[in-house]
Design a protein around this ligand. Structure first.
Ligand code: PMP
Length: 457
């Protein structure tokens, strides 16, 4: 086995890490962590440190680490047929079975699934399909996409544009011209503190209406949103938000993309976030939970309404000019089939709902009264604790103290619990594997409590 010092040196010399402060890393000022193994909700590094991963990697290892059922399915597929493409009507038993399993679980009005590799490429696919759709319908000017500030939809050219976080735009010449952003549905962070929750929803709707009126509805193709804002701060929508937004979109013939990369396959305690909030999307983006990250695989689920137009398009123009070499990769598909079977067998959607609610309730009971805890929010197996400098006046820390990152670091240092300091604001995020037990939820809450006290008193 290679020595840790050797690995760390090679790491600094050769590895371009995503979402990392490159200069600090090269200077040796960022902790290097080489993860070796994982089982259930825990991972272990090369030094034998065992950590409870309360963020399931990047909220993706939904069934937990070390599942032999999925590992074996991957090995069998790799041995039998590691690869064949899915162009021009080709497929494998795994990819065809997985497509059926996805559609069986998706809302009834969905028709087909296109498989990609990452959440980012699935959203790129979605935008291309929407542009194609409007071209086939003879309205080439209807192309703009509305996203939300603090939405996260990937980091490609189009998807990085859709992402409503400044860090993903700054110095990259993004967002692209076809993309615009509207209000983040974050009631806690509303500008006007006198607004009730329903006033705030009315405000979000009015802002959207104004933007549509300003641009012209005939130029706007689609609206994209995560059922629960994820990377932008883990924010469930205020009551009534999705039905109200959807009514505006329907009125103006604007398509809805539900980006369910985080919420798909059970995280909210329902199979899809769209079911949870009564959304009726035209496209659904899936990734992470499709394979629980045992292999890279994503998908764009297409509604009946759009599918009919795509078929018409190919009658008029020839085969669809869109495809990746690795679309529906058999190894990813085999992992997906085994993963969805495991979710069913172990009732993991139900567990995500019940233990997730327990985690949220216990977190509220333990920290709700702390003077620097402004908000505790969540739904199913996702939860966030937002820290503030002054709770009564709702004054935020200015960011320079890095309170969120300090607390997450303390949790790891004191209790070996991994939470995520969300990239914007002082927000600690939790999105554990669905197999979390109540005892493990208690450990997560106790670690959070101890870290908040250690950092803020
Ligand atoms: N959409 C959402 C809602 C996400 O959370 C993410 C990833 N965190 C993506 C898209 C992009 O997925 P990927 O990182 O696999 O490209």
């Amino acid at each position: 086995m290679l020595h840790n010092d050797q690995l760390e040196q090679w790491d600094r010399e050769n590895f371009f890490h995503p979402s990392t402060h490159l200069a600090e890393f090269a200077r040796g000022n960022l902790q290097q962590r080489v993860i070796k193994t994982g089982y259930g909700c825990h991972i272990e590094d090369r030094d034998g440190n065992k950590m409870l991963d309360a963020f399931a990697g990047l909220y993706c290892v939904n069934v937990g680490y070390g599942r032999p059922e999925i590992a074996e399915a991957i090995a069998e597929q790799a041995t039998e047929l590691a690869y064949y493409h899915s162009y021009v009507g080709h497929g494998t038993e795994a990819s065809i079975t997985l497509a059926k399993m996805v559609l069986d679980r998706a809302p009834d009005h969905m028709s087909k699934v296109y498989f990609g590799l990452s959440g980012s490429d699935a959203n790129e696919t979605n935008i291309k399909l929407i542009w194609y759709y409007n071209n086939i319908l003879g309205r080439p000017e209807k192309k703009k996409i509305i996203s939300r500030w603090r939405g996260y939809h990937g980091s490609g050219l189009m998807t990085g544009s859709l992402t409503g976080l400044e860090l993903f735009h700054k110095k990259f010449d993004l967002p692209l011209a076809q993309v615009m952003h509207t209000v983040a549905p974050d009631y806690f962070r509303r500008d006007d503190l006198s607004q009730s929750e329903s006033d705030f929803v009315a405000y979000c709707v009015a802002e959207l209406e104004a933007q549509i009126a300003h641009e012209g509805a005939d130029t706007i193709a689609a609206f994209i949103g995560e059922p629960v804002l994820g990377t932008g701060g883990i924010v469930p929508p205020p009551a009534g938000y999705w039905p109200a937004i959807q009514a505006v979109l329907e009125k103006h013939d604007i398509l809805l993309i539900a980006d369910e990369v985080v919420t798909g396959f059970g995280r909210l305690g329902t199979m899809f976030g769209s079911d949870h909030y009564g959304m009726r999307p035209d496209l659904i983006t899936i990734a992470k939970g499709l394979t629980s990250a045992y292999a890279p695989l994503s998908g764009s689920i297409v509604s009946d309404k759009m599918w009919k137009v795509l078929e018409q398009g190919t009658d008029e123009n020839g085969p669809i000019g869109h495809g990746w070499t690795y679309s529906a990769h058999p190894i990813g598909a085999a992992a997906g089939v085994a993963n969805l079977q495991l979710i069913d067998t172990l009732n993991l959607v139900e567990n995500a709902g019940s233990v997730g609610t327990y985690l949220n309730d216990t977190m509220r009971a333990a920290l709700g009264d702390h003077p620097n805890v402004g908000d505790i929010r969540g739904e199913g197996m996702i939860c966030a604790v937002e820290l503030v400098a002054d709770k009564d006046m709702r004054i935020f820390f200015d960011g320079s103290d890095k309170v969120g990152p300090q607390i997450a670091a303390k949790m790891l240092e004191q209790d070996n619990v991994i939470a995520r300091a969300m990239p914007q604001g002082d927000i600690i995020g939790f999105a554990p594997p669905f197999c979390l037990t109540r005892a493990e939820a208690d450990t997560v809450v106790a670690a959070t409590s101890r870290a908040v006290t250690a950092v803020l008193g």
